[in-house]
Design a protein around this ligand. Structure first.
Ligand code: EPZ
Length: 429
């Protein structure tokens, strides 16, 4: 197992290319099930979760080829997915428990093959994370769902039909799963109180490129007119807004000036506003975004996570690391997941002053953090420790690096190129 060793205190300056969005690529890969033709995806990040999704799709009959890199130095990988025939409609427990996004195959399998057997993901480090909204929506579209032996057994012998589905709470994954299912259902489906995240819009754009009729993605009402079949397409995945935000926060905490190539301001507007109030400049450039803090201290700013366009829960941990060294205090409230403060005790080991009460954390800024051995239980918590370590005095060792490898492509390389003292080593070294 690898660990990351960081000696903090260096300001960052230079250029960081932003990779394709993991959370857009995962459902879009599952969308390849919806057609027997090839879906060619460019700007796919090279990450452990993408490999897990490929390992899930291959035994179902999806052929996956790695195409040539397009003429773009930051273009990521090209994946060509062809589901000529689906030979197996099961998503087994050993893959689903490794990656919850495996549940994205449920809607597409049911829509194309009229049956699916998908393991229930179970809880995870950040909360219970049920999939009831996915299942109820599919039932409204005519599926019969039976939970047995830890599996969702779904059948729609007569095919799925359109329905008006009102979500009681906003769910990115349920919106995406039902949107995919509805593209091949008979008639019109309306998703009301749908998620408006950029990844939902990216999936809708890809589905439309495949011949689907999806309108309203990016708003809270999405309308899908089902089609008898979809066809192949070439599609480029959007830049990763959470990677963008993570590096923007890293620059904020260390000071310096870094251009994030490919980053989009409209995808991180609430973070940009928070950083602005904290004393960090975020400006658009012809190639992406420039993040700079040349002098002055970070000021404490209150943050509340919300569905898009609100502050993303996937940046809450990183923002908390920033606030640990701010002038004054910041109240950080997590409203999406019930257990997403696992980074707090680790930040405390580095000298942070944080008090958690239910879903809120009161962060009182300290003069400096000190390096320490730390570890985390999920992807964003792990990267928040990287952010803290970049600002800390002395050496920090972060264990369980496999969490980082699920969501950050070439993290050490990208940070080291901007002057960070960061390296990867074997756990035993
Ligand atoms: C997506 O997860 C992301 N994952 C998460 O990113 C992200 O944190 C989350 O959206 C919120 O933005 C992917 O896109 C692969 P939800 P998802 O359904 O779809 C509850 C990362 O670090 N809920 O929007 O699973 C749920 O428990 C990951 O990259 C139900 O109650 O999130 C949560 O409280 C972590 N029933 C809330 O809704 C359901 O059926 C929002 O979850 C589904 C969800």
């Amino acid at each position: 197992m690898d660990k990351i060793i960081i000696r903090g205190g260096k300001s960052l300056s230079g250029v960081i290319p932003i990779s394709g969005a993991k959370n857009a690529a995962l459902p879009i890969m599952a969308a390849s099930i919806l057609t027997d033709q090839t879906l060619a995806l460019s700007n796919v990040p090279h990450l452990a979760d993408i490999t897990t999704m490929a390992n899930l799709l291959r035994p179902m009959g999806v052929e996956i080829g790695v195409g040539a890199r397009v003429n773009d130095p930051h273009g990521g990988h090209v994946l060509e997915l062809t589901a000529r025939e689906i030979s197996d409609t099961t998503a087994p427990y050993d893959l689903v428990r490794k990656m919850r996004a495996s549940v994205f195959v449920l809607g597409p399998l049911l829509a194309r093959c009229r049956e699916a057997k998908v393991s229930l993901p179970g809880g995870c480090a950040i909360g219970a994370r049920p999939v009831d909204l996915h299942c109820h929506g599919l039932e409204q579209m005519g599926a019969e769902i039976d939970l047995d032996g830890g599996y969702i057994n779904a059948k729609a012998p007569g095919g799925l039909h359109g329905a008006k589905i009102v979500f009681p709470k906003v769910s990115v994954g349920a919106t995406e799963n039902l949107m995919m299912a509805a593209t091949l259902a008979k008639g019109e489906t309306q998703l009301i109180n749908a998620a408006a995240e950029p990844e939902v819009v990216d999936l809708a754009n890809c589905l439309n490129a495949m011949g689907a009729d999806v309108e309203g993605a990016g708003t809270n009402i999405i309308t899908i007119h089902g089609k008898p079949s979809l066809h192949g397409a070439s599609y480029r995945i959007i830049p990763d807004r959470i990677e963008t935000g993570t590096y923007a926060i890293a620059v904020a905490v260390t000071g310096g000036r870094v251009e994030l190539i490919g980053a989009r301001l409209d995808h991180i507007s609430s973070l940009a506003e928070t950083l602005g109030r904290a004393g960090v400049d975020v400006t658009e450039t012809s190639e992406g975004l420039m993040i700079s803090r040349m002098n002055g201290h970070i000021k404490g700013v209150d943050i509340m996570t919300e569905p898009f366009p609100g502050f993303p829960t996937d940046l809450q941990a990183q923002a908390m690391s920033l606030m640990t060294v701010a002038e004054g205090a910041a109240m950080i409230t997590e409203t999406i997941f019930e257990n997403r403060f696992m980074h707090v005790p680790e930040l405390a080991r580095m000298g942070a002053n944080i008090t958690v009460h239910h879903g809120s954390a009161l962060v009182r800024g300290v003069d400096r953090l000190r390096g320490a051995p730390v570890m985390a239980t999920d992807l964003r918590a792990s990267v928040s420790l990287v952010v803290a370590a970049l600002a800390a005095e002395g050496e920090t060792t972060i264990s369980r690096v496999y969490h980082l490898d699920r969501g950050y492509e070439r993290l050490e390389e990208k940070l080291a190129a901007c002057g960070a003292d960061i390296k990867r080593a074997r756990e035993s070294d």
